[in-house]
Design a binder for this molecule. Structure first.
Ligand SMILES: [Zn+2]
Length: 118
């Protein structure tokens, strides 16, 4: 293990920062795309089911199929980037998110239009 760099701003960590943050993102399919229900087996004939599965994965790489079911990312972040990241983990570009998103979380009402005029 050598030097750590912030994966967002490339700043060298531990040298200039006394804290670093590890971000682990796990994207999992909420269902198994290849799962067969009892109904599938009872109502369709097996050949049809197999054909459907084969057709759905046809022409796709193993990597692609795997990514559809499970994908994980690991990043190291400096303090500044950690603060930025937790404000907008999905990288949304709407103005509500690029500004302080605290208000959204507190109200729980979702995005609301600014009402500055009387
Ligand atoms: Zn950084």
């Amino acid at each position: 293990m050598g030097q750590f760099h912030c994966d967002r701003c490339q700043k060298s960590l531990l040298v200039t920062e006394n804290v670093r943050y590890k971000v682990t993102i796990q994207v999992e399919s909420a269902y198994d795309p290849l799962e067969l229900t009892k109904n599938d087996i009872e109502q369709k004939n097996h050949q049809d089911v197999l054909q459907a599965i084969l057709k759905s994965i046809e022409g796709r790489s193993a990597e692609e199929l795997e990514a559809e079911i499970y994908k994980s990312f690991k990043f190291d972040l400096c303090l500044a980037c950690q603060r930025e990241y937790i404000r907008n983990p999905l990288g949304l570009s709407s103005p509500e998110y690029s500004q302080d998103s605290q208000n959204l979380k507190e109200t729980g009402d979702g995005p609301t239009a600014p009402q500055d005029h009387p």
